[in-house]
Design a protein around this ligand. Structure first.
Ligand code: FE2
Length: 427
């Protein structure tokens, strides 16, 4: 007897009328029209059954702190960093844990079951590190949380010298943080930025860890640390284990230079994470008109064979006042900013918040095949494009074959004079 049989499902790859059989938390079969006894059966009614959403780039230590201690007036990245600096001394571990857990509840209800979050390691108390390690433990039954040691103020810019933040970062890794982070464009000089990339990649190679750097989050066309990141990845044999996050300067770079850069990134098998909701609002703030969009070159990077994912980055924090843990909103914005409007490109945007994001995190057994984990989300949409268009309701969220969240189907009824009553006109 199966534990769970879902029938009449549409899958993200275009297969329809599919049955998905689950035993012991794993998918055991995906086929058309399977009839078999099961403890629980779900009729998907031709709706989209997708692998869960994955957020490959988030800041859970800052989330839900909007307005504390004040609001970002200029809307720039730099005021956001300064504001976070004002908030840091006021943080308590209890409040950090409470806000992060609240966000994880939002995420699970939206079918977001894996999150890579950066955690600031510049506070010598490592308060946020301890808080998020605690959160990681507590949400493990339903969310896979991966932590990145992120030196927000610059790994070489410690007030007590260049060793201070590097030592903090190493202590965070010793405590169990999973990934080495960095912020080369925020170091004091281009040379220090390049040095930080070298030191941090060497540290990751020594410890057998992955790397995920905030890299070139700037409108400066000469911010070129991603070149160093690709070089160090190739030099140290870290291919496929390094992510360049943001990469917004690529938007403003000279096209000739980019024609050399992208093949180097592909050679290093870099993963790329764009954060469209955040960078469409943060970037271009020093422009008059035309204003730059400030998202990296997503279609061109995909065409070169790089793995590109979209991250949420921020929800209600010093950098972004909106957001709700909805990765369909992220995909929707990425689609617009990148002008990715062909059928194939729109489907790539859905993959950017599911399959590609799972590859960034190195998640194992993720997917809709026999042997994969029985984690899925049933959406009130027939295919990925419709799901993004409607930011579709997450009808049912499954973790290891168990239902962990349900949301009633969205429906409306229209009663206009002289017209028959209509319902469900969403399409
Ligand atoms: Fe970020």
């Amino acid at each position: 007897m199966l534990d769970l049989l879902i029938s009449n499902a549409a899958l993200a790859d275009g297969r329809t009328h599919m049955s998905v059989a689950v035993q012991d938390g794993r998918i055991v079969e995906v086929t058309q029209g399977l009839q078999a006894p099961a403890h629980e059966t779900v009729d998907a009614k031709d709706m989209l059954l997708s692998s869960p959403f994955v957020d490959p780039h988030f800041h859970m230590d800052a989330t839900l702190s909007y307005g504390l201690p004040r609001v970002n007036q200029s809307g720039t990245l730099l005021e956001g960093i300064a504001l976070w600096g004002e908030l840091k001394p006021l943080l308590t571990q209890e409040a950090l844990v409470e806000r992060a857990l609240a966000y994880c509840d939002w995420a699970a209800a939206k079918g977001l079951l894996a999150i890579r979050t950066h955690v600031d390691v510049c506070d010598p108390r490592l308060l946020a590190v301890d808080a998020l390690l605690e959160v990681k433990r507590r949400v493990a039954p339903y969310i896979a949380l991966q932590l990145v040691a992120f030196p927000q103020d610059g790994v070489l810019r410690g007030p007590q010298g260049p060793q201070q933040h590097l030592d903090n970062l190493k202590r965070a890794l010793d405590k169990g943080v999973d990934v080495v982070g960095g912020i080369p464009h925020f170091e004091r000089s281009m040379a220090d930025g390049a040095l930080s990339v070298k030191l941090l990649c060497e540290l990751a190679a020594e410890r057998g860890l992955r790397v995920d750097m905030h890299c070139d989050e700037s409108d400066d066309p000469h911010s070129r640390h991603v070149e160093t990141l690709a070089f160090e990845t190739q030099r140290l044999g870290l291919q496929g284990r390094v992510t360049g996050s943001h990469l917004t300067s690529m938007h403003s770079m000279d096209n000739y230079y980019v024609s050399k850069l992208i093949p180097l990134m592909a050679e290093a098998q870099l993963h790329v994470v764009a954060n469209p909701l955040i960078n469409i609002t943060l970037q271009g703030r020093h422009d008059t008109y035309p204003k730059r969009r400030g998202m990296t070159r997503v279609p061109e990077l995909l065409a070169a064979g790089l793995n590109v994912a979209f991250g949420h980055d921020c929800v209600m924090d010093p950098w972004y006042s909106l957001g709700s843990g909805d990765m369909l909103e992220v995909a929707h914005m990425g689609l617009h900013v990148g002008q990715m409007t062909s059928q194939a490109a729109m489907r790539q945007c859905f993959e950017a918040v599911t399959r590609n994001a799972a590859r960034v995190m190195g998640l194992e057994n993720y997917g809709m095949e026999a042997g994969c984990k029985a984690d899925f989300v049933l959406l009130q949409a027939h295919d990925p494009v419709e799901a993004m268009r409607l930011r579709a309701t997450r009808l049912t969220v499954f973790k290891a074959g168990e239902i962990i969240a349900e949301t009633p189907a969205a429906t409306s009824s229209l009663k206009l004079p002289g017209r028959p009553a209509q319902t469900d006109f969403r399409r």
